[in-house]
Design a protein around this ligand. Structure first.
Ligand SMILES: Nc1ncnc2c1ncn2[C@@H]1O[C@H](COP(=O)(O)OP(=O)(O)OP(=O)(O)O)[C@@H](O)[C@H]1O
Length: 307
């Protein structure tokens, strides 16, 4: 079971100054008679990694498109570096956006595509440096149409890396990447953050959000279901102990049987419940098979939505 990165909250409290890079206040996005984003407010501070997560159709894309300046708010205010994001000249050179598909022209080479990022964003960088960071140096002269899915994703990442912008949006950044490429991407993001870059992340890989985010906004049906640090989001749910028993065995105390025949103990006192269970197993000379014990994971917070 995953152990919570206890450092996350502390790290954020210790190191993050309070200057907001993104300020969203009472944002509403309405499509026809459908209210997709409802009175949403959140701030992202300089240097913070903020993960906007949520159920399908929760309104994440609508929110991000508004913050990125691609969509107009129906009402409410959005400020990026203190500017209206529609003021592209003021905002765009300072932010890098890694979309789910950047839509690079298939006939351009990788190097030409990266160069194009520079001229479109008006940020300065060395094409060679960017290719090196996203590990595409060997593919510099390859056409975009000939890249593998993972290589295309790394080229998408170049849009966020080019010129090391102050603010980076990563939309499902690691989808389609192998483990090595994922680790490399996160190392690059970590290095950018050490230099002060602010990151807004959306992902369906909750473990990545749990591991890397300072704070999480968890959306459901246009609103925040919860918002806070990973620890704050998971603290309100009990920790869990799961194990199996060789039949026949007496029912262990405080445990419920799950559909797969394993037992589940939910507790707000993990250490005490675990030692009670171990004593019980010892007394009955029973083996607790595939014993797992740990705090609530972000997955469990998601599963609790609507329940
Ligand atoms: N242009 C549009 N016209 C009408 N409805 C829209 C439009 N764009 C989005 N919606 C609706 O608004 C809601 C929020 O959509 P949005 O794409 O922002 O959600 P999301 O959280 O990004 O979802 P997912 O995780 O499924 O990508 C959905 O119910 C969607 O069908």
């Amino acid at each position: 079971m995953v152990t919570l990165p206890a450092a996350s909250h502390d790290r954020w409290n210790r190191r993050m100054p309070t200057t907001p890079v993104i300020e969203v206040d009472s944002l509403n996005v309405v499509y026809g008679d459908f209210h997709a984003v409802q009175d949403l407010s959140f701030h992202v501070r300089r240097g913070e990694l903020y993960a906007l997560l949520g159920t399908n159709g929760a309104g994440k894309t609508s929110t991000l498109e508004t913050v990125e300046g691609h969509r107009k708010a129906t009402s409410g205010t959005v400020r990026v570096f203190g500017h209206d994001p529609a003021d592209r000249a003021a905002v765009r050179p300072r932010m890098g956006i890694m979309l789910q598909d950047s839509g690079f022209t298939p006939d351009l080479t990788v190097a030409e595509s990266v160069r194009l990022v520079g001229s479109l964003t008006r940020r300065t960088d060395e094409v060679g440096r960017v290719l090196d960071v996203v590990d595409l140096t060997r593919k510099a002269d390859t056409r975009v149409s000939q890249l593998s899915g993972g290589e295309k994703r790394r080229l998408d990442f170049a849009t966020a890396v080019y010129g090391t912008p102050e603010l980076v949006f990563l939309d499902e950044p690691t989808t389609g990447l192998d483990i090595q490429s994922r680790d490399d991407l996160w190392s690059t993001v970590d290095r950018m953050r050490e230099g002060g870059t602010t990151v807004v992340l959306t992902t369906h890989y909750l473990e990545e959000a749990q591991q890397h985010a300072d704070r999480i906004g968890l959306m459901h049906r246009g609103r925040f279901h919860r918002e806070g640090t990973v620890a704050e989001l998971t603290r309100t749910l009990p920790s869990v102990i799961r194990f199996g028993l060789a039949a026949p065995a007496p029912t262990p105390p405080a445990a419920t049987r799950e559909e797969d025949g394993r037992y589940l103990v939910e507790t707000f006192e993990l250490q005490r419940s675990l030692s009670a269970l171990l004593r019980w197993a010892e007394d009955h000379r029973l083996e607790l098979r595939d014993l797992e014990a740990g705090p609530t994971r972000l997955d469990d917070v998601f599963r609790a939505i609507g329940s």
